[in-house]
Design a protein around this ligand. Structure first.
Ligand SMILES: *[C@@H]1O[C@H](CO)[C@@H](O)[C@H](O)[C@H]1NC(C)=O
Ligand SMILES: *[C@@H]1O[C@H](CO)[C@@H](O)[C@H](O)[C@H]1NC(C)=O
Ligand SMILES: *[C@@H]1O[C@H](CO)[C@@H](O)[C@H](O)[C@H]1NC(C)=O
Ligand SMILES: *[C@@H]1O[C@H](CO)[C@@H](O)[C@H](O)[C@H]1NC(C)=O
Ligand SMILES: *[C@@H]1O[C@H](CO)[C@@H](O)[C@H](O)[C@H]1NC(C)=O
Ligand SMILES: [Zn+2]
Length: 465
């Protein structure tokens, strides 16, 4: 197969999804295709929702066919849009591998622009000979690690894939989800490794949120999937991935992930502008170099699709940009146990005998009163009334009341002596500081392509100005 995928035109504006499985990109698939239609749609739409750009398109196209098409088949007929045509024309044949391989790399908290902080010759190589989102990848809201990583592999907004925060409570059972929860019930949608396994193909994950979860034919197999352990040196992760290319051709996984905690780790401690970040970025570049070198030694570098992304950016939180919920007491008491997360995503679930709209009204009254420290930097919403571009409503896991916090501000219950200067993310994905990188390199990515979407620059309302 692979010759019958027909893309439909790409919407230029984000729209509300009428139902959970509707893709921004919808592809009709070959009648002979194995998986249910939804699976393929899920596979291909993933980048498109994070990044509504031409780059998104090329990534989506790569994902659409590279797993399931023979190396030489022409994946799209030319009755489709010109953009697809130009992408198809750049596809180069494989020289050494017998099947396409996608290696998806995440560098956590790699804010867009970090690549200019220091010399990054290896990332630079991927960019120069690959396709880059020239103005960065726009993460999904909330701009947090688990929601974004799982959107990248499922193609769904958090409200639809279920991981609506790094931690949350199931409103029906009262059970808590944490970053260590691996029960399938939390993880909705179909991640790429499951799609691959359902097709009888091999995937390998060296860490990725959700990868330890058994779903469909994916069982997190020994040697092809790791339980998360942040102490494993980055070098060991890279070398393990490289060793997959030493397997007999038919055994080489068609999809692999590789995850690095940096520079997020440093960013939280020191903010985005510290020399420690520069060092961490240089180190990540070194890991990309180690990878490229290993692939070149095996003669497969030009055959492998390397996609390097981050999950979100980072912004400094110094200068006492703090908002205290206890200061709202003259208007309304917000007890600690109503608050499911504070900052930068303020999420509140009041008990059943309180009306959420009443709570929102009273909170906003206080915040706007002019008598509230930093009040104008927090705006409360019923989740249904959030800007629709955030797509943060359609899940009962999302508490009914959400506060949007101005860039760099933090919400806390009460004044404390805590160290308040560092970095954070999780804010509105409209903030440029929340952007991260997207780079694609390989046979099905154009060389030297830089892409962004015009509509990105449409004036938008944050609700702050
Ligand atoms: C595909 O392109 C060729 C040459 O450009 C053209 O002759 C043909 O009609 C096109 N086919 C479709 C279905 O558009
Ligand atoms: C490609 O799609 C865009 C947007 O849908 C449309 O404006 C354009 O005319 C299409 N190009 C071709 C060659 O069909
Ligand atoms: C880019 O690709 C070309 C063609 O394969 C190659 O000659 C060149 O060395 C590559 N450049 C970099 C920076 O890798
Ligand atoms: C995590 O990795 C480190 C370094 O490789 C290792 O020493 C440690 O035993 C691992 N922990 C677990 C729980 O596997
Ligand atoms: C790749 O495929 C070709 C043709 O099917 C076959 O002859 C060759 O042995 C394969 N290479 C490996 C390393 O399996
Ligand atoms: Zn992260």
């Amino acid at each position: 197969m692979g010759s019958a995928n027909k893309p439909t035109p790409i919407p230029t504006q984000e729209e509300d999804l009428p139902n959970p499985t509707v893709a921004l990109l919808s592809f009709s698939t070959d009648a002979s295709s194995n998986p249910p239609r939804k699976a393929t749609a899920t596979t291909v739409l993933f980048i498109s929702l994070i990044l509504i750009t031409c780059v998104a398109l090329s990534a989506a196209v790569a994902f659409a066919f590279l797993f399931f098409s023979s190396p030489t088949s022409k994946p799209y007929s030319n009755e489709s849009n010109q953009t697809f045509e130009s992408i198809v024309q750049v596809a180069r044949p494989l020289t050494k591998l017998n099947h396409s391989v996608v290696l998806l790399i995440s560098s956590d908290g790699f804010r867009f622009g970090y690549q200019f902080k220091t010399s990054t010759p290896n990332i630079g190589r991927l960019i120069d000979n690959g396709t880059e989102a020239e103005r960065g990848l726009i993460p999904v809201f909330p701009t947090l690690t688990f929601p974004n990583h799982y959107s990248i592999v499922t193609g769904l907004y958090p409200a639809y894939h279920g991981i609506i925060n790094n931690h949350f409570v199931d409103p029906y059972t009262g059970e808590s989800f944490t970053m260590g929860s691996h029960e399938p019930k939390w993880w909705l949608g179909e991640p790429l490794w499951e799609t691959i396994a359902n097709h009888g193909l091999k995937a390998a994950t060296y860490f990725w949120p959700g990868s330890e979860v058994n779903k469909g034919s994916w069982t997190c197999p020994v040697n092809y999937c790791r339980n998360y352990n942040g102490s494993v040196p980055f070098e060991e992760r890279v070398d393990t991935v490289l060793q997959y290319f030493d397997l007999p051709s038919s055994e080489i996984p068609v999809f692999m992930t590789l995850y690095f905690e940096d520079p997020d780790h440093q960013g939280h401690q020191v903010g985005p502008d510290d020399p420690e970040i520069t060092e961490a970025v240089a180190r990540i570049d070194g890991m990309i170099g180690r990878l490229i070198e290993g692939l070149e030694k095996r003669g497969v570098f030009e055959d492998v699709h390397i996609i390097m992304v981050g999950d979100h950016g980072m912004v400094g939180t110094c200068d006492k940009k703090l908002i205290y919920l206890d200061d709202l007491a003259p208007w309304i008491d917000i007890p600690k146990d109503w608050v499911h997360s504070y900052s930068p995503l303020l999420a509140i679930r009041p008990p059943a005998d309180f009306s959420p709209s009443d709570v929102v009204m009273k909170m906003n009254e206080g915040l706007k009163s002019g008598k509230f420290e930093n009040g104008k930097n927090l705006k409360m919403y019923l989740k249904e009334e959030l800007p629709s571009r955030l797509h943060y409503m359609a899940s009962d896991r999302i508490p009914p009341i959400i506060g949007l916090v101005e860039e760099g501000f933090k919400v806390e219950q009460k004044r404390s002596n805590r160290k308040e200067c560092g970095g954070a993310h999780g804010y509105d994905n409209d903030f440029f500081s929340m952007r991260t990188v997207f780079i694609g390199h390989g046979p099905k990515f154009a060389r030297g392509q830089k892409s962004f979407h015009e509509s990105e620059y449409d004036a938008r309302q944050h609700g702050f100005n």
